[in-house]
Design a protein around this ligand. Structure first.
Ligand code: ATP
Length: 352
């Protein structure tokens, strides 16, 4: 549906905000562009919308090359983080605005605006101006305006970032449901990994204008391709501990693990998500556990994050509510089978 071929956007001064990017986004797909501030997400989205001209490369939408097509003729609707509503127009006029631009007659566009507004629970607010609406309501109006013109694709630039935490969760669910119902191809820019994991069919993790990893939320969460992705994804970052692999055994932070045939030898980083280990205060029989002492216990609500002081290193483990030992207790972290990953030169090289 949306294809980017060798797309590059360079700003004056030599900043390559988007660097030779190749990407295909499927029809009806909910696609997230995720990455830290400055990685080029917004520039990429604006280039797809036609608000930036690429330095080189091509953009296709629905099989048509739109690289030179002005934004208004690309048939995509963009929603920004500040919603960009017209302050002097009421909700109906705001929603109907793109239809007015397309010269849809007044009766037709007002009917369409009312229908879209009702779908987004805005029917009671049609006569209000943006200044008389809450942040969440303004966000729904911006969405309604995007939905009303039946675009080929939605382009969202952090549309939920101005909402408070609770409203943000509500809006997220709402957005997901709406996208499912309409089945419109959606590209969603966010720096919030939990938002990307929750919403997207696929995620592209970006860094310095390039895609570091492309995959489903569970692929990106379970097998981060680089240590950058590993520390960026997940509400508690992955543990990354230096270890040494020799003669089929990995030694790391006081624990020893047999390695599968063909596993890398030498210095590696051992990656283990805090969710993928169990904590026990009874010494396990084998060596495949990290011995340590509980240093800090943080309450996460329905679980606790325990920081274990192991030999030379700290290891974090998420434990269920009520199972957290008090600080100072001797404890062992036992990795779940098949969940640990090995990195060398910041790149995934195998499992442990
Ligand atoms: P954020 O999450 O902070 O919005 P981002 O990932 O969306 O960040 P971009 O806004 O796309 O990042 O910026 C990517 C890079 O391009 C940055 O280094 C930025 O400084 C640079 N950049 C963006 N717009 C311009 C511009 N108009 N002129 C020059 N450099 C720019």
């Amino acid at each position: 549906m949306i294809a980017l071929r060798g797309l590059t956007k360079e700003f004056p001064g030599g900043v390559r905000a988007v660097d030779s990017l190749d990407l295909e986004i499927g029809d009806g797909e909910f696609f997230a562009l995720l990455g830290p501030s400055g990685c080029g997400k917004t520039t990429l989205l604006r280039t797809i919308a036609g608000l930036e001209t690429p330095t080189s490369g091509r953009i296709e939408i629905g099989g048509v090359d739109v690289t030179g097509t002005p934004p208004g003729r690309r048939d995509v609707a963009m929603v920004f983080q500040d919603y960009a509503l017209f302050p002097h127009m009421d909700v109906t006029a705001n929603i109907a605005y793109p239809l007015r631009i397309r010269k849809v007659p007044r009766a037709g566009r007002e009917a369409k605006a009312a229908e879209t507004a009702s779908r987004l629970s805005l029917s009671e607010l049609l006569d209000r101006r943006p200044g008389q609406l809450s942040g969440g309501q303004q966000q729904r109006v911006a969405l309604a305006r995007a939905v009303a013109c039946h675009p080929k694709a939605f382009l969202f630039d952090e549309p939920l970032s101005n909402l408070d935490a609770r409203l943000r969760l509500e809006a997220r669910t709402f957005l997901k449901r709406l996208q499912r119902e309409l089945a419109v191809t959606t590209v969603f820019v966010t720096h919030d990994q939990s938002e990307a994991l929750a919403l997207a069919d696929r995620i592209a993790v970006m860094s310095a204008g390039r895609i570091t990893q492309l995959g489903t939320p569970s692929e990106v969460f379970r097998r981060p391709a680089t240590t950058f992705v590993a520390s960026f994804i997940g509400s508690t970052p992955m543990n990354l501990l230096p270890g040494v692999a020799k003669d089929g055994v990995l030694r790391v932070a006081g624990a020893e693990f047999p390695l599968p045939d063909g596993a890398p030898e030498g210095e590696v980083l051992y990656g283990l998500r805090p969710e993928y280990a169990d904590l026990t205060t009874r010494e396990p029989g084998e060596k495949g556990a990290f011995p340590g002492k509980v240093a800090v216990v943080e309450n996460l609500g329905t679980a606790h994050l325990v920081t274990l002081e192991c030999t030379d290193h700290l290891l974090q483990v998420v434990v269920p509510e009520g199972a957290e030992p008090p600080p100072g207790t001797a404890a062992w972290a036992v990795p779940r089978p098949g969940r640990a990953l090995l990195y060398r030169d910041d790149t995934l090289v195998g499992g442990a």
